[in-house]
Design a protein around this ligand. Sequence first.
Ligand SMILES: C=C(O[C@@H]1C=C(C(=O)O)C=C[C@H]1O)C(=O)O
Ligand SMILES: [Mg+2]
Length: 470
Amino acid sequence: MVTILETELKKGIEQAIKKAKKSLAPILVSEVQKVEHIEPLSFFSAGKDKFYGERFFWKDPEEQTYLIGLGICKQIQNEQLSDRFVAVEKEWDDLIKEAIVFNGDGKRGTGPLAFGGFSFDPLKEKTSLWSQYSHSLFHLPQFLLTLVDGEAYLTTNVVCTQYDDMTVWKKVFSDRQTILSFASSSAALEMAQILKKEEVVNPDEWKDSVQKLVADLKAGQLKKVVLARELRLFFKDKVAADFVLPRLLKEQRASFTFALESNGDCFIGASPERLVKKDNGQLFSTCLAGSIARGKTKEEDEHLGETLLSDEKNLIEHHYVVEMIKAAMEKVCQQIELPTKPTLLKMRDIQHLYTPIVGEALEDSTLLQVVDSLHPTPALGGLPQREAVEKIRKIEALDRGFYGAPIGWLDYQGNGEFAVALRSALIQGSEASLFAGCGIVEDSDAESEYAETNIKFRPMLSALGGLENE
Ligand SMILES: C=C(O[C@@H]1C=C(C(=O)O)C=C[C@H]1O)C(=O)O
Ligand SMILES: [Mg+2]
């Protein structure tokens, strides 16, 4: 059992209430404590009853950073059609500016931290599918477990207003004790859901739209457009992220694993694609596009890899992404580094062409500004960017919601990381929608692109128990 002996939180809450009475604005208090190791999944599931619908989970591919949030201390959300990245950053900065923070070690990913994401395209009409998610949605958790550099930290956040008194402290203290005792007793849960039915949503229409798009690409200015589709699953009972996360973590180790609950729904996935990471002055981004299946034997796998590395159509698909990310990174960096040729990134179900980009950030470029300048890259949008997004808005039947968009975190020191929310699903009670798309270029063939999306469904399908009989 993890016990916390000394706590400055009480003092912080007293100060914050005083400050709030003076300024008439809410004041955040954040206390970080180094704790003994806590299993990330145990912590997540410790909030299953008390904080259901108010949890998030994040793990990076290097398995260096785990972030698990329980409870919503403060929500930053908006339905803005433009300037939404700036708006979130401003609201976050305003909260942080006045915050009272106790954080001895000051490790990245500890202390005040907002986790969340954005919709792919706020100008696309929202359907009931995504009614539980605002176009921009971030949570500052009440309790945050951070595993970083092999150490565990627990952050407790409280927002105090002028109307609060010290009962706030009593409540937070007792909630924290409860969570810590649950976290040390709850074991990771095994999958329990039974899949009843899979519905491929409008497959023929999707193939038709690919064919028509190819004709447009041949005739016009557009070079690449990413088209996505949906697979709807029906289960016997309600599905909880608690059952899905253990499978994702085991099966998709080289991915970002994420889950974001909102109003009863849960957006969850295991993405291989980094949009951007900011670590002090350094920026990291990834160009990922061009795909082929994994082989059944080592020889077949290597052969497929070699085929991908020299395939004209996939190299073009990839090149468009490099071209755009390189240009965007050059604008926010003093200098950038990138290899001249892509290599292979091999995931459990698929292999991709991969080009990492690293840069020295310009002093005044913030994480969300960089997200703004990158999203959507041609890995999910297309080229030219604006025209491609307009095309998707017009011809794609799917409401992408958070699929294909930035998901991740930012802390109070300007660090953070965003993945592109791929290989993902939206869980809604006993149903789930899975999403997958493909980069369509002049040389695309509708049947092969369709097959490629089927491979991209596999990570989530497997984690949800849909590949059990293969
Ligand atoms: C659109 C997806 O993936 C993207 C498209 C790829 C492609 O078309 O080759 C490869 C990686 C991703 O950038 C998806 O997984 O849904
Ligand atoms: Mg492709």
